[in-house]
Design a protein around this ligand. Structure first.
Ligand code: NDP
Length: 360
């Protein structure tokens, strides 16, 4: 009996020890108390959700091939600066899926006490596994992909689930029906679409509404070098006109044109380790003499206004209130901090906007 008592006492003690060790480890990170003081938030369409003017995307720099600690520092520095929205997709890595694993680990080890302060999104649409059910927009693929994303991130639900691209061969009724059911089942709180053109967006949003699920947001590429969301494209309306009419928000991806709208390439050389040096998503051949001239002219305007080029590029997007959030990428805390300066500079003047327009 004495032996048994001793055994239970030791076991209880060790459990308490492990619980404490785990608690200490997960509490090593304590978010800054003043994290909500400088960030500004914009309402997403006419929903109940407000998003930070700058959000962080994990497309690059957070994969299994990248440095976990740099990723962790960047996510935590972002949260400390009031960035509450982190954007993922099933295929982010490389390898595909690994950015969700990295983010799940940061969530578990550092951010678990803050889950209710976070808007976490993921998407399905691109190639994930072999065979006919591993990409595009079928109900089969969307459900299987979301289940796998939740598992990788260790989550019960995501805040936003997106159809990552329109599927030309699956009826929108099926894709939107799957999104609506996912929301009804509580596996995602909101539905979004990405890379749908103006006409496709109008159709998808209307189907979602008929199923009792408003489209919260469209995730679209947009920057000073890529202004398609402004173009009158469907019934004389631009994508931004349609989203405004439908009370949906817009989050702008690749706002720095993958790094072109920063100081990285202004002299025409390709720094080692930069995205262009990897020659996959950003090609060195895109750095034409005309583009370099444009980038340097924009940089001159930024400098004269006492700004940096990336901060000015972000401020330029935020000039339009219909753009809810600017979804940046960053490969270091230094880049993140430089981009966050956009929030502390005075807004762009009419004169500056005119000069930028003339360059574009
Ligand atoms: P950006 O245009 O912000 O490009 C980010 C890259 O630019 C960084 O990784 C870094 O590249 C470089 N950079 C950023 N800031 C600076 C700086 N201050 N100085 C120098 N270089 C800098 O956005 P992304 O193209 O990365 O896209 C952002 C997010 O948008 C993604 O993570 C994803 O969440 C989303 N997205 C969605 C898509 C969709 O289809 N829905 C498609 C693409 C993106 P480096 O240091 O490596 O040169």
């Amino acid at each position: 009996m004495g032996f048994l008592n001793n055994f239970y006492a030791v076991r209880k003690h060790s459990l308490a020890f492990f619980e404490k060790a785990y608690y200490d480890f997960s509490m090593v990170y304590k978010a800054k108390e003043d994290r909500y003081e400088t960030m500004k938030y914009r309402r997403c369409g006419k929903s109940g959700i407000q998003l930070p003017e700058i959000s962080l995307g994990l497309w690059h720099n957070f994969g299994g091939a990248d440095c976990l600690e740099t990723g962790r520092e960047t996510v935590l520095a972002a949260f400390d600066a009031g960035i509450t929205h982190f954007d993922l997709a099933n295929n982010y890595g490389p390898p595909a899926g690994s950015a969700e694993i990295t983010f799940g680990r940061i969530l578990k080890e550092n951010l678990s006490p803050y889950r209710d302060e976070l808007i976490i999104s993921t998407k399905a649409g691109y190639d994930m596994w072999p065979g006919p059910y591993g990409e595009w927009g079928s109900r089969k693929y969307l459900f299987a992909s979301l289940h796998a994303s939740l598992k990788r991130m260790g989550l019960d639900y995501v805040d936003i689930f997106y159809s990552h691209r329109p599927d030309p061969d699956t009826p929108f009724e099926e894709t939107m029906g799957a999104l609506a059911d996912i929301v009804h089942q509580g596996k995602a709180l909101y539905a979004g679409i990405s890379n749908y053109d103006a006409r496709q967006s109008a159709e998808a949003i209307s189907i979602l509404r008929s199923l009792g699920v408003p489209c919260l947001i469209h995730q679209a590429s947009y920057s000073m070098l890529n202004r398609w969301t402004e173009d009158a494209a469907f019934e004389n309306k631009s994508l931004l006109d349609i989203l405004e009419k439908e009370s949906a928000g817009c989050i702008c991806f690749s706002p720095l044109a993958q790094g072109l709208l920063t100081g990285r390439y202004l002299d025409g050389t390709i720094p080692e380790g930069s995205r262009a040096s990897r020659n996959v998503f950003l090609k060195p051949s895109s750095l034409t003499p005309e583009l370099l001239k444009k980038l340097n002219a924009l940089n001159d305007i930024a400098k004269e206004g006492g700004r940096t080029l990336p901060a000015m590029a972000i401020q330029w997007i935020l000039r339009d209130k219909r753009n809810t959030s600017v979804l940046i990428g960053a490969s270091s805390v230094g880049q993140l901090k430089e981009n966050l300066k956009a929030l502390s500079y005075p807004p762009l003047s009419q004169e500056e906007l005119k000069r930028i327009e003339a360059v574009l």
